[in-house]
Design a protein around this ligand. Sequence first.
Ligand code: CMC
Length: 428
Amino acid sequence: MSETASISINGKSHELPVITGSENEQAIDISKLRDVSGAITLDPGFKNTGATKSAITFLDGEQGVLRYRGYPIEQLAEKSTFLEVAYLLIYGDLPTTETLSDFRNKISRHTLIHEDMKKFFDGFPSKSHPMGQLSCLVGALSAFYPESLDPNPSEEDENLTIMKLLAKMPTIVSWIYKKSLGHPVIYPRNNLNYVHNFMNMTFGQITEDIDIDKSVVSAMHKLLILHADHEQNCSTSTVRIVGSSNANLYASISAGISALWGPLHGGANQAVIEMLENIKNDGGDSAKWLAKAKNKNDPFRLMGFGHRVYKNFDPRAKIIKKACDDVLDKLGIDDPVLEIAKELEAAALKDQYFVDRKLYPNVDFYSGIIYRALGFPTDMFTVLFALGRLPGWIAQWKEMKANKEPIGRPRQVYTGDTKRDYVPLDQR
Ligand code: CMC
């Protein structure tokens, strides 16, 4: 006998189905509640609302567990490569040697972007934020690849659009960076692996060959893997909801990029470094800044701390903290903000305010310190988050289409004026 939940509204009881997921999480299916009772549910910020059934990522915020397609994030970060993880997320299983090589070859055939797109890069002011540029450029891909506009593409065309986006994103990201410096862009090199090619386009020079340190490439793989998916977060929900209107993949991902930009979401990695720099320049007194974060009259929040779902350590933060020590050590970098970050973390973890609210460091707390050690400027950090999140967004968009999910359209409780009659201008 399947479980049901009962709800009583205006003295009338209604039975609602209970859905159980593969990790035994339970959900009350309220999709017919309004039909039978006239009532909707209200949940601002969707704090307790499941928007979909998904088989991509499992997250247990109480236990600090994160798995992509069943594989623990710790194992993937340690043993896998970013492209392998991208395949896993998008197609559901780890690739064989043959499928991975085919996937890699297909992607490498699409790494160039249309030469006319270069004019867009020239049009942006050199100091404009890379996230605004990225969202615009990714949306613009639909203009160059009109086959992506078909709302019911063949499997082959859908895969082609996916490959093109995966292939062109590193080129777009690195060219945004090159343009910000006023440097000539570096074209993709298809003999390099996905991440190495990206690093070469970003840090390579047209005038000479540059060796990108293996440890730098490997740290980048790890960071991108750790960001690759995180179930129904703000940007992913945006991608799914935009895609549910049958908007094309490029438009849906462009919207996701905009959602990621905010400092409460992916923009936090930039905000963390700016915060740590401020603390350093202010004398490095972490107690003073913790007090600010706790003060309800002060809008300041401890950036890189807290999470909607994790009420325990963010498993990604644990891996990144260790990677941060390793990378700085290997590159011989002594970054004073790392010490401040560690002090701040230790103090917050002992502080009753943070303990009571179960606020722990999240993925963004240490990632910026690594990006900086690798040579990226602060305003590129969130773009790197987007590069990592791309396979997750694609997988979620593809799943939404495969499930034939209805258009996303929440309801509301109206709190405005009740009916009133129009008053002519001269009588107001
Ligand atoms: N510093 C100080 N207080 C905080 C913080 C923080 N970073 N985060 C949450 N709180 C307090 C908040 O004021 C509230 O207190 P009270 O119950 O007294 O009103 C309580 O903790 C619960 O917070 P909330 O805002 O209701 O929680 P939420 O789930 O709506 O927000 C969050 C989650 C991530 C937006 C929030 O923790 C935050 O703003 N963190 C800083 C920004 C950040 O690091 N974002 C990156 C998130 S991880 C990367 C990603 O996937 O986006």
